[in-house]
Structure formats: structure tokens, C-alpha cells
Design a protein around this ligand. Structure first.
Ligand code: HEM
Length: 392
């Protein structure tokens, strides 16, 4: 089944609704297959007939281009590997992001949140992304890794990375090589320093476990870049998307303000309603048949997470933002062997931030016509979330 849709980055949901009704499984004009239903996306994420890479070729996007610095980095990420390589890389990262380690994090997150909130509340008009959403996870992940990347450098690098990976053309991959090389050099220097002078951070842990997990210097550098990007981009997006949703739904905002213990359930609904990772992709290892539609072997298949999270067969009244929703088994953190390793950490950041923001929500007014989105189909990338803040 082939189909063509044009999607508005600010609001893809009317089109997702149409896809779910008319062509839940379809192939676009570039040959990429799309899955939209909850059950199909969940199956794609967990079924071994899907792989992270096209067969017989290097790279995850194009088999015919030359290997760039970006290919070199992402090919070492667990996310773009199948077992057994995936298992080795995931186990290695689990040493750092273990539930035991999470225990000590709550007070660190609270300290960062409180300091950002204090300065936010002194202003009368702000871009919430710049003033709160971005600095919170960046500050945290810098402290965890043991890096000290300044906000602007990181934002430039990171936006270049996520946009190149979203567009995926050989030219986009080539164009960001200077930033990738700069990032690699930055982490290589830090790793060399930790080899002689270890600290209490992820880079020192990676250096300490390198022989257990057979890690080369390139593996360690690529893992640092992965943890840095995975650890801040999605969380900053969720913070912005969540605040936007609460301010656009005043009755839900009020419900949360009068029942602050609903915060964890509100966070799950934010993650379902606007999952920051909009889609996930896989390659078919063999022919897959869904609804009598045949997807041949070695095809690129995209699972639209935000369409699946709005599937009426799974979520009653899916387009209603309802912070008391029960049985909210959304796919925002993925499913199957690649499910998000940082989900506990992300939830802790989001729950702490929204718990502290909630008493102040009635003072914020969203300037809706000034909201800006980045044109990125993989992430729900809010760039500017302008607010005015009323002083008491
Ligand atoms: C709201 C925040 C977050 C969301 C929505 C999110 C979402 C996801 C999703 C959907 C996947 C699976 C992608 C796929 O299967 O193709 C994933 C994987 C991953 N995430 Fe997250 N993530 C978040 C925060 C974090 C944080 C804070 C970290 C840690 C520093 C992290 C680390 C990872 C890692 C390491 C993987 C790869 C796991 C593997 O390949 O086995 N994530 N994330």
C-alpha cells in the first residue's frame, strides 16, 4: 500500500489520525515503510525479524555512501547494533545507569531544579527551553559524565547531530564531520586525563571497565557522545512539551495544582501525548506480512511512536490530554531489547521538575503564536517556548 502525506511539525496528529484510519501500514514515495498502530509498532520494536542495520552493508541509512565520522561514532552505539554486539554495549552502559546509582541522584536533581526555578521565577518573559528545559539535563549529564561542555557549544553540536541523523543524506552526514571530530577530540582528551587521574564519574567508570568489556578508545569516545546526547535531548524536549501541554489544558493544570500527587501520572501522560522521540526505525531481515501487505526483506521500516501512542484501539479518547489516565502503557521509551536504558533517570528528572514547577503554573502564560519548532521528523523538537511570568 503506497501513500503520501504532508506533515506539519507543529502538529502532526491530524495526519497520524488519518494514517491510522486509512493506511495504518504504508510505503512512502522513497520506499520507506511506515507503521502507525500500537500493536504493529510494538511488534517492530521487539520482533527479531527486524534488525538495526541493512543486511550485508555498513551503515544504517545508506549502503552506498562512504563512511563518515558520524557513521564511525553511531556504529558503536548500542542503539544501532543487534545482539551479540548490542548485548555487550548495553551491559557495559548498565554498569553506569544502574538502579543503585539512581538512588544518589534525587538530591542532585533537586538542587539543579531549585536553582533554575529560582532564576526563572525572577524573570517576566522567557524562552522556557533556554531558561529551564535545556540547562537541567545538560547540567546533570555534564556532572554525571564528568564533562563541562558549555551550553552553546553543546547545543550547536547536538542540533547538527540530530538534524543530520534525521535527514540522513550522505551530504548531511559529511557536512557535520567537523563537529563530530571536535566532539571526539574533546572526549578523547578527557578520557586521557581520567586514565591518570580518575574521578567519580561515567568517564572514569568507562576507563575502569574497558578491559572487562573489550572497549577501544573509539568505543569509549562514542559511548560518551551517545550518553551525552541521549541523556539531554529527549529530556529537554519532554520538559518543554510537558509545560506546553499543561498550559494549553488549563483544567488539567488546575487538577494537578490541586492534586500535586498526580505528578507521576501527569508525566506518563506527557510522555504518551507528545513522545519526544517521534519515531524509531528498523530493517526487515525477512519478508513480513501485516494485514496481507507484504513488506519484503531488507526494507527500511519506521514505527511512528506518536501515532501508536494515539491509537484509539489502545488508548480510549487518545487525543484527550488526561493526567489521570490509567493503564498508560505508552511506547515513549520504546520496547524490546533497545528499550530506553535511561528511562528511570528521565522519569526522575521529569517528576522532580514538574513537582517543583506545579505550584507556579498559574503564573505562566504561553505566547502560543511565538512557539517555534525545529523541522525534524525524528524528534518533537521545540526550539522556543515563550512564556510571560506574573509576579505576585
Ligand atoms: C524523556 C526522555 C527519554 C525518552 C523519551 C527516551 C526514549 C528512548 C527510546 C524510544 C529508545 C529506543 C529507541 C529504539 O528502539 O529505536 C531509547 C533508547 C536509549 N536511551 Fe532513551 N530516552 C530518554 C532519556 C534517556 C536518558 C536520560 C538516557 C541516559 C543517559 C537514555 C539512554 C538511552 C540509551 C542508552 C538507549 C539505547 C538502549 C539500547 O540500545 O539498548 N535515554 N530511549
Amino acid at each position: 500500500m503506497s501513500a503520501s502525506y504532508s506533515i506539519k511539525f507543529s502538529d502532526p496528529y491530524p495526519v497520524y489520525r488519518k494514517m491510522l484510519q486509512e493506511t495504518p501500514v504504508f510505503q512512502d514515495k522513497n520506499g520507506t515503510w511506515h507503521l502507525t498502530r500500537y500493536d504493529d509498532v510494538k511488534m517492530m520494536l521487539s520482533d527479531q525479524r527486524f534488525s538495526r542495520r541493512p543486511s550485508g552493508n555498513f551503515g544504517f541509512i545508506s549502503a552506498s555512501k562512504k563512511q563518515t565520522a558520524l557513521d564511525n561514532v553511531i556504529s558503536r552505539w548500542s542503539l544501532f547494533n543487534d545482539p551479540p554486539e548490542h548485548t555487550r554495549l548495553r551491559e557495559m552502559m548498565s554498569v553506569m545507569i544502574s538502579p543503585r546509582f539512581m538512588k544518589d541522584l534525587k538530591s542532585l536533581i533537586e538542587t539543579i531544579v531549585d536553582s533554575l526555578l529560582a532564576s526563572l521565577l525572577q524573570q517576566s518573559s522567557v524562552n522556557f527551553i533556554e531558561a529551564f528545559a535545556y540547562p537541567l539535563p545538560v547540567n546533570l549529564v555534564n556532572q554525571l559524565l564528568g564533562s563541562s561542555l558549555d551550553y552553546h557549544t553543546l547545543r550547536n553540536w547536538s542540533l547538527g547531530f540530530v538534524n543530520a541523523m534525521d535527514r540522513g543524506s550522505p551530504d548531511d552526514f559529511e557536512a557535520i564531520s567537523p563537529s563530530v571530530l571536535a566532539m571526539q577530540q574533546y572526549f578523547e582528551d578527557l578520557i586521557r586525563m581520567r586514565e591518570t587521574n580518575p574521578g567519580n564519574d561515567w568517564i572514569s567508570t568507562l576507563v575502569a571497565i574497558r578491559s572487562t568489556y573489550h572497549l577501544s578508545i573509539d568505543d569509549i569516545v562514542s559511548t560518551c557522545i551517545f550518553l551525552l546526547l541521549a541523556g539531554h535531548e529527549t529530556v529537554q524536549l519532554s520538559l518543554g512539551l510537558g509545560l506546553m501541554l499543561l498550559l494549553k489544558n488549563p483544567e488539567q493544570q488546575q487538577l494537578l495544582q490541586t492534586n500535586p500527587d498526580l505528578v507521576n501520572s501527569a508525566v506518563e501522560e506527557i510522555l504518551r501525548f507528545e513522545s519526544p522521540l517521534n519515531k524509531a526505525s528498523r530493517w526487515t531481515r525477512e519478508k513480513i506480512i501485516i494485514d496481507e501487505i507484504i513488506i519484503p526483506e531488507n526494507q527500511l521500516v519506521v514505527g511512528l511512536i506518536n501515532a501508536a501512542n494515539h491509537d484509539p484501539l489502545k488508548f480510549p479518547s487518545p487525543d484527550e490530554f488526561n493526567i489521570t489516565r490509567s493503564n498508560n502503557r505508552h511506547l515513549a521509551f520504546g520496547y524490546g531489547i533497545h528499550n530506553c536504558l535511561g528511562a528511570l533517570l528521565a522519569r526522575l528528572e521529569l517528576q522532580t521538575a514538574f513537582a517543583r514547577l506545579t505550584p507556579h503554573l498559574h503564573r505562566f502564560t504561553l505566547i502560543e503564536d511565538k512557539i517555534e519548532w525545529v523541522a525534524n521528523s525524528s524528534l518533537r523538537y521545540l526550539f522556543n517556548l515563550p512564556l510571560t511570568i506574573r509576579h505576585l
